[in-house]
Design a binder for this molecule. Structure first.
Ligand code: FAD
Length: 464
C-alpha cells in the first residue's frame, strides 16, 4: 500500500492549496517543502512582503502629501527602515505560520526537505523514500536574468526582487530593469522612500500585455510620482565597483549606447519555471522550450500519476492562478470535475493608484476583428475617489457590440484590485454590460465608477 494517496512537491499557493483540498476530499496527503517556512515565493518573498512595504510607504506618502490638506498638521513621520523591514517580516511570519496551522488542522503532513521523484509513484526527501498514488509538482519559479546581458546578481548591489525586499539601506539611486508588475511595485516603494528611481524597459511601453490606455495613464501617473522611464532600451551589462553599479544600455531606435549610475540595480525581467533537482529528465517528463512542465487540460504530465500546477506550468505567473489550479487538480485526482476558467483571471498591480484588468484588451479585440464597444468612466466623476485624492484614473469596460456581453475590463484607480472582481463574477455568469448597469451600487463607493462605465456602454454615464 502506498504511504500516501497524494504527495505535493512545493508549498507555495499552488502546492499548499492543492494539499489542503486533497485532504478535505479524503485523500491521505503530504506536502514536501525545502524552505524553512511554508507559503512559497508568494508568502515568503513575493506577494505578501511586497504588499506590506507598499502599504507602509503608501502611508508615508499620505502623511507627506495629503495629511496637511485634510487638516492633519504636524511633522511627517521619519523612516526607520529596520523597523519597516521588521513589520514586513512579522506580516510574512503570521501568514507562513497560518499555513502550518492549516496543514495541522487538515492533517496534511509536511515532509521537510527538498524532494525528487526517483520513479513514478515515489518521492525522495533526504534519505527517505515515500510512495504516493499521485504526485503533484508545484515547484514554482525563480527570477530570470536579462536576456543577452552581462549581469551578476549579488543580492546586495545588483538584486532580484528577493534582495530588493531586504536592502541594507534605502538607495539614493535605484535603477529598475524591466517595467513589469514586480519592477513597478518595488520601484514605487523606493520612490516613496525618497530614492531617485529610473526604470529601463526593452519595449516601448510599460506593463507588457496590458490595455494600451492603461499603460499610458499608468506611466503618466508614476512619472508624476517621480519615477523616470527609459523605454525601448536594451540593457547590455551591469558592472559593480566600490559598492556602486553602472548600467549600460543601448537605445533600440538608434543603437546609441548610454550609462546610468546607481546604488542599487533591481533586475525585474520576469521569472522562469523552477524544476531543479526534481529528476524530471531521468523520468522523461516533457518540458516546453521555455522549461515549463507540459500538462494536458487536467494538469496531468505525460507520465501517469504525475501532475503539475502553478508557476512551473504555462499561463500567468500569479498566486491566484496557482491556487485555482491547486483546487482543480485535487478534485480531478479525487475523481471530481476540477475546472479553471483561464479567460477570467484578474491581474492586479498594487501601486497607488492600483491597476487591475481581466479578459481581453482593446488591442486583442482589434486583432481578433471582433466588433466591440467601449464604456469608459473617469474617477474624476466619482465623489469618493476625489475625497481620497485619486480622481486621476478610470474604468474601461469592453463589451460585444451585438450581444453587450462583457469581454474585458481595465481599471486604474482606488481599490482597482477589489473592484475588478465584480466584473470577474459578471463575466463568469456571462453577464452583459447592461446587467451591471442595472445593478444598484451603493453611494458613495468606488464601485459606482464600474457601474457608470457599464452605463457608458449603453445610453451613457450619468456623472461624466
Ligand atoms: P511558489 O510560490 O514559487 O512555491 C514553490 C515552492 O516550492 C517554493 O517554496 C519552493 O521552495 C518549493 N520547492 C521547489 N522545488 C522543491 C523541491 N524539489 N522540494 C521541495 N520544495 C520545493 N502573484 C500574485 O498573484 N499577486 C501578487 O501580488 C504577486 N506579487 C509578487 C511579488 C513578487 C516580488 C514576486 C517575486 C512574485 C509575486 N507574485 C504575485 C507571483 C506569485 O508569487 C507566484 O505566482 C506564486 O507564488 C506561484 O505559486 P506556486 O505555488 O506555483 O510556486
Amino acid at each position: 500500500m502506498a504511504d500516501y494517496d497524494v504527495i505535493v512537491i512545493g508549498a507555495g499557493p499552488g502546492g499548499y492549496v492543492a494539499a489542503i483540498r486533497c485532504a478535505q476530499l479524503g485523500l491521505k496527503t503530504a506536502c514536501v517543502e525545502g524552505r524553512e517556512t511554508l507559503g512559497g515565493t508568494c508568502l515568503n518573498v513575493g506577494c505578501i512582503p511586497s504588499k506590506a512595504l507598499l502599504h507602509a510607504t503608501h502611508s508615508l506618502h499620505e502623511a507627506e502629501h495629503n495629511f496637511a490638506t485634510m487638516g492633519l498638521k504636524g511633522k511627517s513621520p521619519s523612516v526607520d527602515w529596520e523597523q519597516m523591514k521588521a513589520y514586513k517580516q512579522d506580516v510574512v511570519n503570521q501568514n507562513t505560520k497560518g499555513i502550518e496551522f492549516l496543514f495541522k488542522k487538515n492533517k496534511v503532513d509536511w515532509l521537510k526537505g527538498w524532494g525528487s521523484i526517483p520513479e513514478a509513484g515515489k518521492v525522495k526527501v533526504g534519505d527517505e523514500i515515500h510512495s504516493a498514488k499521485s504526485i503533484i509538482i508545484a515547484s514554482g519559479s525563480e527570477p530570470a536574468s536579462i536576456p543577452g546581458a552581462e549581469v551578476e546578481i549579488d543580492e546586495k548591489i545588483v538584486v532580484t526582487s528577493t534582495g530588493a525586499l531586504e536592502l541594507g539601506k534605502i538607495p539614493k539611486k535605484l535603477v529598475v530593469v524591466g517595467a513589469g508588475v514586480i519592477g513597478l511595485e518595488m520601484g514605487s516603494v523606493y520612490a516613496r522612500l525618497g530614492a531617485e528611481v529610473t526604470v529601463v524597459e526593452f519595449l516601448d511601453h510599460i506593463t507588457p500585455g496590458m490595455d494600451a490606455d492603461i499603460q499610458k495613464q499608468f506611466q503618466r501617473t508614476l512619472k508624476k510620482q517621480g519615477m523616470e522611464f527609459i523605454l525601448g532600451a536594451a540593457v547590455q551589462k551591469v558592472e559593480t565597483a566600490k559598492g556602486k553599479a553602472k548600467v549600460t544600455y543601448k537605445l533600440r531606435k538608434d543603437d546609441s549606447e548610454h550609462t546610468l549610475d546607481a546604488d542599487t540595480v533591481l533586475v525585474a525581467t520576469g521569472r522562469k519555471p523552477y524544476t531543479e533537482g526534481l529528476g524530471l529528465d531521468a523520468l522523461g517528463v516533457k518540458l516546453s522550450p521555455r522549461g515549463q512542465i507540459e500538462t494536458d487540460a487536467h494538469w496531468a504530465t505525460n507520465i501517469p500519476g504525475i501532475y503539475a500546477i502553478g508557476d512551473v506550468i504555462d499561463g500567468p505567473m500569479l498566486a491566484h492562478k496557482a491556487e485555482d489550479e491547486g483546487m482543480a487538480v485535487a478534485e480531478v485526482i479525487a475523481g471530481k470535475h476540477g475546472h479553471v476558467n483561464y479567460s477570467v483571471i484578474p491581474g492586479v498591480i498594487y501601486t497607488t493608484p492600483e491597476v487591475a484588468s481581466v479578459g481581453k484588451t482593446e488591442q486583442q479585440l482589434k486583432e481578433e476583428g471582433r466588433a466591440y464597444k467601449v464604456g469608459k468612466f473617469p474617477f474624476m466623476g466619482n465623489a469618493r475617489a476625489k475625497a481620497v485624492f485619486q480622481g486621476d484614473g478610470f474604468v474601461k469596460l469592453l463589451a460585444d457590440k451585438e450581444t453587450d456581453r462583457i469581454l474585458g475590463a481595465h481599471i486604474i484607480g482606488p481599490a482597482a484590485g477589489d473592484l475588478i472582481h465584480e466584473i470577474c463574477v459578471a463575466m463568469e455568469f456571462g453577464a452583459s454590460a447592461q446587467d451591471l448597469a442595472l445593478t444598484c451600487h451603493a453611494h458613495p463607493t468606488y464601485s459606482e465608477a464600474v457601474r457608470e462605465a457599464a452605463l457608458a456602454c449603453g445610453d451613457g454615464a450619468i456623472h461624466a
